[in-house]
Design a binder for this molecule. Structure first.
Ligand code: NAP
Length: 289
């Protein structure tokens, strides 16, 4: 049986169109567009491509992008000063600090300085704490995108056994929390996990968020399981995921491709987070008035 290929590009187009409508309504009501500030430090070509894409996405849906690029010789103090300015800037509803930052800068400490109300990627300690406690807050884009893909394809986490390989603050940990919130039985795996292939093969929902091309082999997959490939490695022939796609597609029930799976949803969810932050800030401002 060939797996259903989960079309992240189509789902992302749906989210973008919803955000575009909401962005237009916001601009009508508030007399200004919702604004996303991106902060890129250093000259990493891959990061620059990502930020360019985020800026383009914003323009397409009617969000105002504010593009801040700082040279590789930028100090921690320079970035702190910029983040403080953006935290205070009325027209900036959401802030994204592109990670990783260059060696010598402390990305975690910088992320922690973003106003949680403007935390576009849901990565501040406040947002992570709210997620851990099941309280409302900004959620990280990639995990939210994965959950939406599951919902769009009616793949039910409730009662399912989920194995998440990778435990980063960006992807693995928050995705584990979101799956747990939806009543999956979650096992977090990582580089020190023993007997990983056997563990993976016990999963109804298997998520690979590692960054090792084609690590997930067909023998790691339970027949009919859902396999979510978050991994992205830039290879000679383009982007490669963590899953050996062709072999796994013959065994899994559903599978995300790379590219065209989780990646587009991550970008779309960033736009939606920006609108959510803008709406929440506008509501708070009206209450204070
Ligand atoms: P990360 O911070 O480098 O984390 C990688 C995780 O993989 C770590 O928890 C690590 O375990 C684990 N790991 C490494 N080698 C392993 C092995 N042999 N067996 C089991 N686990 C292993 O990476 P990340 O930021 O989470 O990103 C993961 C991947 O997703 C990357 O390819 C990244 O490019 C991609 N990504 C994609 C999107 C998207 O939109 N599609 C978004 C974000 C990231 P330890 O903790 O023990 O070291």
């Amino acid at each position: 049986m060939a797996a259903t290929i989960i079309d992240g590009a189509a789902q992302a187009a749906r989210v973008r169109s919803e955000v575009a409508q909401d962005a237009a309504a916001f601009a009508r009501e508030l007399g200004r567009s919702a604004g996303l500030a991106t902060v890129l430090v250093g000259d990493d070509a891959g990061s620059s491509v990502y930020v360019d894409a985020k800026q383009r996405d914003c323009r397409e849906v009617g969000i105002e992008p504010f593009d801040h690029r700082l040279g590789a010789d930028t100090t921690q103090g320079d970035v702190i000063a910029l983040l403080e300015t953006l935290n205070a800037e009325e027209t900036v509803d959401a802030i994204l600090l592109q990670l990783p930052v260059p060696d010598g800068l402390d990305g975690a400490a910088l992320t922690a300085l973003i106003d949680p109300a403007k935390d576009a990627d849901g990565l501040t300690p406040v947002s992570a704490g709210l997620l851990a406690q099941g309280l409302p807050g900004m959620r990280p884009c990639t995990p939210v995108g994965v959950m939406e893909l599951l919902d769009a394809y009616r793949i039910e986490p409730d009662g399912a056994r989920a194995v998440v390989i990778g435990r980063s603050n960006l992807v693995g940990k928050p995705l584990g929390a979101l799956l747990l919130e939806r009543n999956a039985t979650v096992t977090m795996a990582h580089s020190r996990t023993r007997e990983l292939p056997q563990l993976a093969a016990s999963a109804d929902i298997l998520v690979a968020a590692v960054g090792r091309p084609q690590m997930i082999q067909p023998a790691w997959v339970k027949p009919g399981a859902t396999v979510i490939d978050v991994g992205i490695t830039r290879g000679e022939h383009g982007l490669v995921g963590d899953v050996a796609f062709d072999g796994v597609a013959a065994i899994a029930g559903a599978l995300t491709p790379v590219p065209g799976g989780v990646g587009p949803m991550t970008r779309a969810c960033l736009l939606r987070n920006t609108l959510r932050a803008a709406r929440a800030r506008a509501t708070l401002a009206s209450i204070k008035r």
